[in-house]
Design a binder for this molecule. Structure first.
Ligand SMILES: Cc1cc2nc3c(=O)[nH]c(=O)nc-3n(C[C@H](O)[C@H](O)[C@H](O)COP(=O)(O)OP(=O)(O)OC[C@H]3O[C@@H](n4cnc5c(N)ncnc54)[C@H](O)[C@@H]3O)c2cc1C
Length: 424
């Protein structure tokens, strides 16, 4: 490939932006990105969030190494302002199912002996152990697990914005408000994409980075990836309350959920309940895809958020939940990414299957896509197109609970009248 090759990236979320950044940084001069959202960060991007966990422990040591590489990159000038190394408290409550305990144990194994974590991991067996790393927590917390001081969180929306600006500075063209309707072909060669407004964008290489919406443009993906929704909620703290929680570790009871240090700008405490993810299969194709309206969370998840607060910060357990929404990712059956050429098509690449663990790879994932495009084939079997695999039916080892379709929880939907996302 010469550096003038036209490259079209569809989607300006975590994967798409990182890809544009790495290509432009490597000297590619003809990179264009189409993004459906008229504003940035994109409303629909799973990465458009207050914060995301940055940690290297994984059930699979392969990803632990990749996460370590990414964490080193989070300390580079572009990303460092958005990385907060508050530590990571990973536990199970006394009532946690065996699956959740096993998953924690496997994750711990991936880093326990690793030289990068020497002196960074402390066992947690009692409430007092937790209060040593989070003195502000006053709940009963009969949890067991560990504290990892080499981890923390990223301010996600701000990090995306920084990469967006870096892409623009490097000469990438990004068209916001450009929803892709269909790919265009000449024979078996992909020639680019057409937007819903009818505009055609031609390119020698087209990279699909559409996150959970991939199936709407590439139905051939079938059930290799399945859109899964996870609820997110916030509690609005006062400045004084936020100050008391300044510096708390990212706190994750695997069977209850997780929360972060309050956002310094808005004093919002972000909380995600633990659950296996929702599908939304009531679509024309029958594939699970994100619905248009996501400003709510089902009542069962609200109950889980309150349980998590009662365990840790009981004074907040009955507060109103604001900014409630469902955030969509693309799960694969084995939580491996899919970064490959689409079989039997030329010039068409897919980067998907984030499986809800890819924001931390924002600084690095685009480099893997660039390498693939340059090499012309995927050498790693892990990241190849997974014809025939069924993510919809897979029992994913780290997900706690049972995947439920939105239809089953319709009666529980609680709409959020506050458009708090505008504030984030
Ligand atoms: C609740 C929640 C918590 C998470 N927590 C963490 C965490 O703590 N740590 C971590 O590492 N990861 C976390 N993740 C996962 C992480 O956010 C995702 O893995 C990552 O953002 C996926 O990137 P993506 O580029 O594949 O998708 P996205 O970021 O969703 O990007 C897809 C983009 O495609 C655009 N698009 C869609 N359709 C079209 C179209 N037709 N035309 C043009 N553009 C289109 C969308 O608007 C969007 O901008 C979490 C995810 C969720 C949902």
């Amino acid at each position: 490939m010469d550096k003038q090759t036209s490259i079209l990236i569809l989607g300006a979320g975590t994967f798409g932006l990182s890809t544009a950044y790495h290509l432009a940084k490597a000297g590619y001069t003809n990179v264009t990105v189409l993004e459906k959202s008229p504003t940035f960060p994109p409303e629909l991007s799973a990465g458009n969030d207050l914060n995301k966990i940055l940690r290297a422990e994984y059930e699979d040591p392969f990803y632990a190494e990749l996460a370590l590489e990414a964490m080193a990159a989070w300390k580079s000038p572009l990303f460092a302002p958005y990385y907060h190394e508050t530590g990571y408290l990973l536990c199970n409550s006394a009532a946690a199912p065996e699956k959740s305990k096993k998953s924690l144990q496997k994750s711990l194994e991936s880093i326990r002996q690793h030289p990068a974590f020497r002196g960074k991991i402390t066992a947690v067996n009692t409430r007092e152990d937790i209060r040593k790393v989070a003195p502000a927590f006053t709940g009963p917390m009969q949890w067991k697990g560990y504290f990892n001081s080499f981890a923390g969180y990223a301010h996600a929306a701000d990090a995306l914005t920084a990469v967006y600006s870096a892409c623009i500075a490097l000469g990438v063209t990004i068209h916001l408000g450009s929803a892709v309707q269909a790919l265009t072909y000449s024979g078996d060669t992909c020639t680019g994409a057409k937007t819903t407004s009818g505009k055609q964008y031609d390119a020698a290489v087209t990279v699909l980075a559409l996150g959970a919406s991939l199936g709407s443009v590439l139905p051939e993906i079938k059930t290799q990836v399945v859109a899964k929704g996870s609820p997110v909620a916030h509690i609005q703290l006062t400045a004084a309350e936020a100050a008391q929680l300044r510096g708390i570790p990212v706190t994750y009871a695997r069977d209850l959920g997780f929360f972060f240090e309050p956002d310094p700008r808005t004093n919002l405490l972000k909380i995600c309940p633990s659950m296996a993810g929702y599908t939304n299969c009531d679509t024309p194709s029958g594939l699970s895809l994100p619905p248009d309206d996501n400003a709510f969370i089902p009542a069962r998840d609200e109950a889980m958020v309150r349980r998590l607060m009662r365990e840790t910060l009981p004074a907040l357990a009955d507060r109103p939940l604001v900014g409630r929404r469902v955030c969509w990712c693309a799960d694969t059956a084995d939580s491996e990414y899919v970064i490959d050429f689409v079989p039997e098509k030329r010039g068409l690449v897919v980067v998907t299957g984030d499986s809800a663990h890819a924001f931390k790879m924002l600084p690095t994932v685009g480099g893997w896509v660039k390498d693939l495009v340059e090499k012309g084939q995927q050498d790693s079997a892990r990241w190849r197109w997974k014809e025939g695999s069924d993510a919809a039916r897979a029992d994913i080892s780290w997900r706690v609970g049972k995947t439920t379709d939105f239809k089953e929880v319709e009666a529980e939907m609680r709409r959020d009248p506050e458009l708090i996302r505008a504030k984030l």
